[in-house]
Design a protein around this ligand. Structure first.
Ligand code: GAP
Length: 477
């Protein structure tokens, strides 16, 4: 991966801001950390919730024929056999003999311009790696001495129940993807709601994978949250629906405030045998264009497998044509953490101000901003200002995530709110006590206007809907 100093710096700056301001913390830090697992801090959880709400709105609320589901993390072990995960969900790994870094062989080959096929056996990938490894250097130590490739299964085993038996013989897994919970509930949803094919089931939930090389912050973690939608359709609708899904997912990212120049399609050349077509939407992360979301046409593989392994018929009879078939599935699958990293990358701006000062600001789209308004008294030692500012905060917090801050000077409070991406800041001053007007400061332009306190709620609602800040008053600063 070509990483220049600037992109590395941006990644480091984002990581450091996330820690400093309470978006993302490394897991178990006081115990020395826990590799490739992260916790969300106070602003991270707000951002993640806003991302999930935006996804749910676009995927479920605004769609007539997509319904939600929340299936359990623990499932019958047979599900993972049927899905092919027990047999084939494995990453090829090699170790640098000099510095002991463990790396994914498909990633090393990709960097060298060679595409490995997911389906390759251990022998096949060893052969391919042998052909190219002389020109592949270890990204950590620069040496070129590799162990044989081994394939490691990504499923995480759990020690659940069955106390008398040896659990390793019939292991329970933490789910490796949320969509299997959707497939095994297909019939329940069909029989209990008013949906008919074509219809979709959407779910947001945790997934777990024994990722061998989990680097790049929250891009690839061992515990992560997925937002997945599986759309069930007839065999002859599959590709048309797939095209529609691709277009709507592209538009979704534009609506989320991601600039089109930072998105691109990546078509999978090496398809798993059941897939008809697979595309990724890639985002231009600080370390280059990488997969943000996968959109796959999966044929009737999933329901056929579950029908075979469970013995339950999962076919569908078209109520009009009486045609009987196993539904085909198209899916949209994206991680919450990966979306967060894209949103953070897009929002992160370092601006040069006058007098050599710089300001870091997260210019989140209004809907995603963790905090919508910060309310300050101009002076913390004037009880009448504090009381008035508190009364405004107490009203606004009923409708928006807000913060009250009377610490430090106003400049410091603004900087802090800029760094967490708060949309607007309201400063209560002596004029507020006289005529019930207040200064409203815009995060992105730092422009200030004076507005009636009674109008703040309405103004904030409109700003969140995307109206221009300066349409609410004349700039005073
Ligand atoms: N059901 C299909 C599926 O899970 P995938 O390509 O393995 O497909 C889909 O994953 C999406 O889930 C990815 O595009 C990414 O956004 C997210 N994802 C996968 N593995 C991840 C990991 N280890 N850490 C963070 N996000 C991950």
């Amino acid at each position: 991966m070509a990483e220049n100093k600037q992109t590395k710096d941006k990644m480091q700056q984002i990581i450091s801001l996330c820690k400093r301001r309470g978006f993302v913390f490394p897991s178990s830090e006081i115990y020395g950390g826990f590799s490739a697992v992260y916790d969300l801090g106070p602003y991270g959880v707000e951002l993640a919730n806003n991302i999930k709400a935006a996804w749910w709105k676009a995927m479920v609320q605004e769609r007539e024929n997509i319904v939600g589901l929340d299936s359990a993390i623990f499932m019958h072990s047979k599900i993972w056999e049927a899905s092919g995960h027990v047999g084939g969900f494995a990453d090829p790994l090699t170790e640098c003999k000099k510095c002991n870094s463990r790396l994914r062989v498909d990633h090393l080959l990709e960097e060298a311009g060679v595409m490995a096929d997911e389906k390759m056996t251990e022998d096949e990938i060893n052969k391919l790696f042998d052909e190219h490894k002389s020109k592949i250097k270890c990204p950590s130590c620069g040496k070129n001495d590799w162990t044989k490739v081994k394939k490691f299964n990504l499923l995480v085993k759990a020690n659940l129940g069955n106390f008398t038996e040896d659990w390793s013989r019939d292991p329970v897994y933490l789910r490796g993807e949320t969509c299997q919970g959707i497939y095994v509930n297909y019939l329940n949803v069909l029989n209990s709601s008013r949906v008919q094919i074509p219809f979709g089931i959407a779910q947001i939930g945790k997934a777990f994978r024994n990722e061998v090389t989990a680097r790049q912050f929250i891009f690839r973690t061992r515990e992560f949250e997925q937002m997945e939608m599986q759309y069930f359709c007839s065999p002859n609708q599959e590709m048309e629906e797939y095209e529609k899904l691709r277009q709507s997912r592209w538009q979704y990212y534009l609506n989320l405030g991601i600039s089109e120049k930072n998105l691109k399609w990546h078509k999978h050349e090496n398809l798993v045998f059941y897939a008809k077509e697979a595309y990724d939407i890639e985002y231009n992360f600080p370390f280059g264009f990488k997969e943000l979301e996968g959109i796959h046409a999966r044929s009737d593989y999933d329901l056929s497998q579950h029908s075979k392994f469970s013995g339950v018929a999962l076919d569908y009879t078209d109520p009009e044509t009486k045609e009987k078939y196993i539904p085909h599935i198209i899916e949209s699958s994206v991680g919450v953490g990966r979306t967060m990293l894209a949103v953070l990358t897009e929002a992160f701006v370092e601006e040069q101000l006058e007098k050599g000062e710089t300001r870091i600001v997260l210019k989140f789209p209004a809907k995603l901003a963790p905090i919508k308004a910060a309310i300050f008294p101009l002076l913390a030692n004037k009880p009448e200002l504090v009381e008035k500012a508190r009364s405004i905060f107490n009203e606004l917090k009923k409708d928006f995530m807000c913060e009250f801050d009377d610490s430090g000077n106003i400049g410091k409070r603004y900087r802090r709110q800029d760094e967490i991406g708060t949309l607007v800041a309201l400063t209560c001053d002596f004029e507020t006590l006289e005529n019930n007007t207040i200064t409203l400061r815009d995060r992105d332009t730092m422009a200030q206007i004076r507005v009636d306190v009674a109008k703040i709620k309405e103004i904030l609602e409109k700003i969140i809907e995307g109206e221009q800040f300066l349409s609410f008053g004349k700039k005073i600063k």
